[in-house]
Structures are given as C-alpha cells and as structure tokens.
Design a protein around this ligand. Sequence first.
Ligand code: HEC
Length: 148
Amino acid sequence: MKPLYKVAATLVLAGVAGHAAADIKPFEAVEYRKGIFKAVKWHFGAMGDMVKGKAEFDSEDFARRADLLAALSQMPWEGFRPGTYASATSALPVIEDKWEDFTAAGDAFSEKAAALAVAAKGDDMKAIKSAFGATARTCKGCHDDFKD
Ligand code: HEC
C-alpha cells in the first residue's frame, strides 16, 4: 500500500492537471456548464418564488434547495475551458482574458450561496431574504460582465 501522504499528493496533482483533459470536446464542456446553470435556475427560481411570496414558504424544502445550490455553485467553473467560447454558448470570450475576475465572481457566488444555506437552517426570515438577495446579486454581477 502507498503511504497516505503519497496517495494525497497524487490526488492533488490529478486535480491540478484536470480530469482526462484531452478527451473532453468543447461542446461537452459547454453542455456541462449550461446544465449546471439550468439546475441552479431550477432551485434558485423555486427559492425566489418562496421568498417573494409567490409560493408558500416551506422551510424544509427551502433549506434542501439551499444546500443543493451551495453545492451547484462550486460546479460550473471547470466547464469554462480554452476553446469553448465559439459556438452554442452565451459565455463571452473575455472570460479567458479576465480569468481571475471571473473566478472571483464565481467564488463570491459560492460564498453567498453557502451563507444562504446556513441562514436557511434558521427561522430568521429577514436574514434568509437578505442572504437570498446577496446571492442573486452575484448572479447578475457575473452575467453583466461575462454572459451575452
Ligand atoms: C461567475 C459567473 C456567474 C455566476 C456567479 C452565475 N452565472 Fe449564470 N452563467 C454564467 C455564464 C458565463 C453563463 C453562460 C454559459 C454558457 O452559455 O456557456 C451562464 C448561464 C446561465 C444560465 C443559462 C443556462 C442555459 O440554459 O444555457 C442561467 C439560467 C444562469 N446562468 C443562471 C444563474 C443564476 C440563477 C445564478 C445565481 C444564483 C448564476 N447564473 C450565477 C456566469 C455566471
């Protein structure tokens, strides 16, 4: 058996190098990230209906969706790869040039979604609404700069 630290180092390197990077076609990466955003919309939209009173507020369901959103918020980014801005996408090529700004905007979304998931486990409706609004602003902030 390999010593544990060697196994860990191998995993870290695999993460840095990306998963079977050469085998992924541009359209697959585009479909991947769009699929994640569709799921984001699915849950965030339902949460928005509850926050805005268009649907009855179900705290258990809201918290479940908030947990899913927090996980989803970490997922799209690996689908943004070189050579994936030409077709079937509304992602702007400027993402390539401003990669650090783009990932910072992604991190902001993840942080706000994580805070929303925490707020959702409590019963402070004001805190929940405020955390929801903060998350929504990260969507718009990124779309304004990086989405057609
Ligand atoms: C860091 C940037 C960023 C953040 C944050 C972000 N998005 Fe996006 N989103 C994008 C980009 C870029 C695309 C275009 C993807 C493509 O077409 O390849 C996109 C696409 C989408 C789409 C269209 C998916 C489709 O059907 O093709 C939806 C819906 C969406 N985002 C919703 C959201 C919501 C809701 C949030 C916040 C809860 C959010 N996004 C946060 C960058 C972001």
